[in-house]
Ligand binder design. Structure first.
Ligand code: C2E
Ligand code: MG
Ligand code: MG
Ligand code: MG
Length: 286
């Protein structure tokens, strides 16, 4: 009986492994065609400047509109894109589309608008020619690099070639933002070593911000430390007006989250440029 059970289990296990492998193969194949089929889209989440309440920045977030499955989350397809190397071409598309859109918005609505772009570590590895591609994009669109910020994650800081890449980005005027700060494996020595422009406090620290909580202490300390190092702070995942007012009081520079706006289409973001989203989100703030 034990042997039979074992065999059945083995069988079952194999079948499900096979299904998973097959599902992934389909996803990979579809992903290969997605660029050519124009299935990607960028949505934009406003980033509010606390001192003025306005939408001074936004974060570009990729969406994949799959012809059969509908919208597929980046959490699902970015890892596959990374494994297959497709992320380099996808990332270059994101950059170009972001640059084009930013140029238009700065011209029409807000001259100092800056767009923040997510990247995978692979895009900034030595063999990826992303930086040359980005430089060409900026030139063809007629956009100064300073209109864009590149979001990187902590793991990239440990990459041998990162120092060189950071200098190259800054030479183009592009600013650099450390995304999901506090969730990865990072050390303070990296902050000392590298000239980072923004720290983004991960939303997992913003959820539970009442006074006396450890998240309160962490956010407060990160903001003080960043400012002493000349780094500006963006808090992500702000969902309540109390989180906003606590972070504002702590001296946080910028914030984004569902309280202000979900990620929206380009057309919808345009409507938000004139708004004071901070006052709108906290009516009793005046
Ligand atoms: P991320 O860069 O940390 O982006 C923030 C994520 O939190 C986004 O999810 C956003 O929609 C979501 N979010 C925003 N405000 C709130 C809030 O108030 N509460 C909660 N619970 N969530 C909020 P999204 O759009 O699903 O993106 C997930 C991740 O996928 C991103 O995390 C980023 O790591 C990655 N990603 C997105 N676009 C790109 C891209 O173009 N390239 C690369 N390499 N990665 C991307
Ligand atoms: Mg991000
Ligand atoms: Mg983030
Ligand atoms: Mg995050």
């Amino acid at each position: 009986v034990a042997k039979e059970q074992g065999r059945n289990r083995f069988h079952y296990f194999t079948a499900s492994m096979q299904e998973m492998a097959q599902a992934k193969m389909h996803l990979t194949n579809d992903l290969r065609n997605a660029l050519a089929q124009n299935e990607f889209q960028l949505v934009y989440q406003p980033i509010i400047e606390f001192s003025s309440g306005r939408v001074q920045k936004a974060e570009a977030l990729i969406r994949w509109n799959h012809p059969v499955r509908g919208a597929i989350s980046p959490m699902e397809f970015i890892p596959v894109a990374e494994e297959t190397g497709l992320i380099v071409d996808i990332g270059n598309w994101v950059f170009h589309e972001a640059a084009r859109q930013t140029q238009q918005w700065r011209q029409r609505y807000q001259p100092d608008f800056q767009l923040s772009i997510n990247t995978s570590p692979l895009q900034l590895r030595a063999d990826a020619s992303s930086l040359q591609h980005w430089q060409r994009s900026l030139k063809s669109v007629g956009l100064p690099g300073s209109a864009l910020a590149i979001e990187i994650t902590e793991s990239l800081l440990m990459d041998a070639g990162f120092a060189e890449r950071l200098i190259a980005m800054h030479e183009l005027g592009i600013e650099v933002s450390l995304d999901d700060f506090g969730t990865g494996y990072s050390s303070m020595s990296y902050l000392k070593k590298f000239d980072i422009d923004y720290l983004k406090i991960d939303k997992s620290f913003v959820g539970n911000l009442q006074k006396g909580s450890s998240d309160f202490a962490i956010c407060e300390a990160v903001i003080v430390m960043a400012h002493k190092l000349g780094i500006m702070v963006i808090a992500e995942g702000i969902e309540t007006s109390s989180q906003l007012s606590i972070l504002d009081t702590m001296g946080c520079d910028y914030g984004q989250g569902y309280l202000f706006s979900h990620p929206v289409s380009a057309l919808e973001l345009e409507k938000l440029f004139k708004a004071d989203l901070k006052s709108l989100s906290v009516p009793n703030l005046g």
